[in-house]
Design a protein around this ligand. Sequence first.
Ligand SMILES: [Zn+2]
Length: 215
Amino acid sequence: MQRLFEGVHRFQTEKFGKYKSLFRKLSKNGQNPHTLFITCCDSRVLAELITQSQPGDLFVVKNIGNIVPPADATGSPNSTAAAIEFAVQNLEVNDIVVCGHSQCGAITALIEGIKNPSAMPHLTEWLSLAAPVQKVIATNYSHLSHGEELLDAAAEENVLFSLENLHTYPSVQDRFEKGTLHIHGWFFKIATGELFAYDPAQTQFVPLQKPETAA
Ligand SMILES: [Zn+2]
């Protein structure tokens, strides 16, 4: 906790000045983020850092395994669906990015199972949303061992699964068809800081180029 207190102090005394006019503007005008960025809770994946974004740029959703539940998912209400509706309909973001990453604990749990599921009922229920990803992995990636290669492939499949599910939200699909909303699948490699984007033309993740091919 001491580190947080020190960080807050440093922000207020040293860093806030740099952002003063930006925060004032954002406070006066309200937020107008251009992108809904859905990524994992993992402490090593920082949306603003890896995209060098400023306050007000990104509407960020972090959840376990960057899973987008299908719009008709039953069970507990989920904040991800709520955030998607709000970002697409109220904030009218231009883009949605789903960003998976290497060494993802959620992906490891999908492949190897949760070690103590009865002690983590919420986590178990949440990860069950991505059961279709498990099937894809078992069917298409049996040639890969349980190593980094398999984890990365599974993380990428999981991103594609979330992209598919985004289209089950009527507001997303409506704006996507009108061409006012673009959807992107990314993969962040922690060890190297590299970002890869799904290219539908090549049906694979490729190093992120500028401009990225819209999905
Ligand atoms: Zn993760």
